[in-house]
Design a protein around this ligand. Sequence first.
Ligand SMILES: *Cc1c(COP(=O)(O)O)cnc(C)c1O
Length: 379
Amino acid sequence: MLDINTISGPRVEFDTDALQQNFAHLAKLCAAHGIAVSGVTKAIGGNPDIARLMLDNGIRTLADARLDNIARLRAGGIDVPVMLLRAPAMVEVAEAARLADIFLLSEIETIRALATAKAELGKCCQVVLMVDLGDLREGVPPEDLPSLGRAVMATENANIIGIGTNLACNLGVLPDQSNMAELVALANQLEATIGHPLRYVSAGNSSAISLMLNQGLPSKINHLRLGESLLLGRETAYGHPLARMSGDCFDLVAQIIEHKLKAPRPYAARGRNAFGQQVDVELTEPRRLGVLNVGAVDCEIGGLCPLINGVSIVGYSSDHLIVDTTSSTSLAVGDEIRFRVDYHALATAMTSPYLAQVAFQANSVSFTLEGAPRCLPLR
Ligand SMILES: *Cc1c(COP(=O)(O)O)cnc(C)c1O
């Protein structure tokens, strides 16, 4: 246990009590609809402590898009089955085979390479075939599924254990009764092709929750891969908060390193800023500006929302964030400002090597600093 006064650098803080409640509630809700959940850890950079909270609260398997994150889970002692959400590049196949158990795939060459790599480890390559239902990200067109299924069956050491689709990521195509019915029909067709039942009929991500809760998902659908809903307590088809879940489990915290009243000046010509962009903000009256020790290198600044009334973000560069504190009294150099994070800000902050990751319990106000290295192991 660490004294909060000694935790001073810019950091992400997460409330483990609130996270546990989110995980337990959503896992139970999905189970009541016949849905098993894989907890998606890509927005927490594979933080093993948060992953363990998922596993302690009704979630049995994990999923991530990146091998670095899965390596961090494994280094943290997590040994449950992990799904690799993004197909590995050929050069990553050996490592993917070592780190992950289940693969969401749509290219026969990748499946063959993984089957070979898994054979060398004495394990079977378990594949969820991805089908594209219109979002135009990963997946075979539905009409190509039977031939892919047959090609995988002809591949030694590859076993089709499921069918999956991913929506609402590229084009924003939402899951609906029609595309879910299509997924079920394709699952039935694939089972007929391969001659055995599928363990996973995996309908997608947090964008499927609204459909599950309102109209219901077809009973054959039995799996979702959930990240944002578990971590931020909202479904993503419409961005609605989910009842009995918390949207405030994570804070980004940074410190004011300069705090001054800045008066308007007759400006010199304005060129581009640190990011090559033309900025048209004008200072028309004196404002009190705070400069904070966090910047675009650490986190997606557009996804931050200050948690102090009257404080607003007015600018940033790679290493600095500028806030207007004019209408907020009593802030001074050395004070910290907390920000709520959206999913993108969370994902970038939790994979930044510059930010510490600190667990706390809002109720008991005890803090634990996650050990150094603060973020990803350098591999
Ligand atoms: C990121 C991802 C998910 C999880 O998405 P959320 O919106 O965070 O629930 C599920 N499946 C795949 C393939 C993904 O890449």
